[in-house]
Design a protein around this ligand. Sequence first.
Ligand SMILES: [Zn+2]
Ligand SMILES: [Zn+2]
Ligand SMILES: [Zn+2]
Length: 344
Amino acid sequence: MSLLRKHVATQQASQPAAPATAAESLQQLITTSGQASLFAHTEFVKKVECSRCGAAKRLPSKTAYLYCDHCGSLVDYDFRLANLGTNAGYTNTIYRQIVAPVQAEIDRARAFQDIGRYRDLNKGVYLEWLRQCPQAASPRVASDDDFRERMASYLAECMVVRDFDPDLAMLDVQFNMAVRGLQRRPMPNGQPWLVSDGIWQVATLFKQEMEAAYKLLEDRGVLAMDPDEAPSGVPIRMEFSTFCQGWIPHLLPEQADHLLGMFGLTSEYARVNVTDAETRKCGGCGDELKVLPGAQAVVCESCGRKLDIAGGETPCQTCGAPLSFPVAVSRIECPYCQRETHRI
Ligand SMILES: [Zn+2]
Ligand SMILES: [Zn+2]
Ligand SMILES: [Zn+2]
C-alpha cells in the first residue's frame, strides 16, 4: 500500500487512457518486461533475509507482503506481486467514496491548522477503507481488529506529518506541476499511451519528496507506529514500487528498466527449492499452509493471522482437526466444525 500518495501519480495524469485495473497494468508490465518467467510467483522467490531473525526467505508468497518463514515478521515487499489481484483501481474508488462526504471538513481542519481534528477525520476514513478493502493493505488487516485500528492510526499520522510540513508541501507542489506538464503520445491499436521525457523529472521529484517524507516520518517516530513493523527501508520501497507500476505501462522497455534502476528495484530472484516443508492448518481460517522446520511463527496468507508454529498443533476437541493457533490466542472457533476449542 502506498502510504503517502494513495492516489498514485497516474491517477492525476492519466484520466483518458489509464489501464482499468492495476492487474491490467501489471499484465502490461509482464508483457513488456521481456522477463515473463520472473512473474511466475510460484516458481521464484525474492532473495531476502529477515532483518529480525536473519532467516532467508525460501517459501513463495501469494501476496506482495513477504513475511518471514521463521518468525512471521514482515521482511520485504515483492514488486512483482504488488497489486496482483488486489485491483488498486477499485480500492482507490472506494477510498474516494469514503473521503468525499468529509473532504470539506478535512480541508477546513487543514486550513485552520487543527491537527487533532485532521488526524481524527483521516483516521475515520482509513478505518472504514481498510474495513471495506483489506486487500489494499497487509493481509493482516483482514481479520485482526486491533491490527486494523493500529494501521489506521499509523496511516492517519503519516498524513498529518506530510500535510503539515511546509517543505514537503513545496516539493508536492513541484511534483504535481511536473506531472501536469507531461505529454502523452497516443498509440495505435488500443495500446497504452506513451509518456514524454518529462517523466524523468517527475521520477526525480517523486524520489526527493518520498525521501524527505520518510526521513521526517522516521525522525518523528511515526514509522515506529507501523503495526506490521516493516524493516527500515521497506515502506519507501513500497512507494517506489507503486510509482513504477503506475508508469511502466507508459514507457518503452528500456525506459522501464531505467526507471526501475533509478529506484533500485532491480532485485534478484531465486528459483524456489523447498523439499522439507510441512503442512499446517490455520486455526483462524482453516486454510492449509506450508511451514519450514524450526519455524516459530508464520503469517497465514489467506486470513492474515500470525500463527504460533513453535507451540505445535492442537487437535480440535470436537472434530480432531490438527490446528495451529494464532499467536497469543488460546481459544478459537474451529474453522472446520465451528465449535469452540482451546489449547490444552
Ligand atoms: Zn524472521
Ligand atoms: Zn488463516
Ligand atoms: Zn473442529
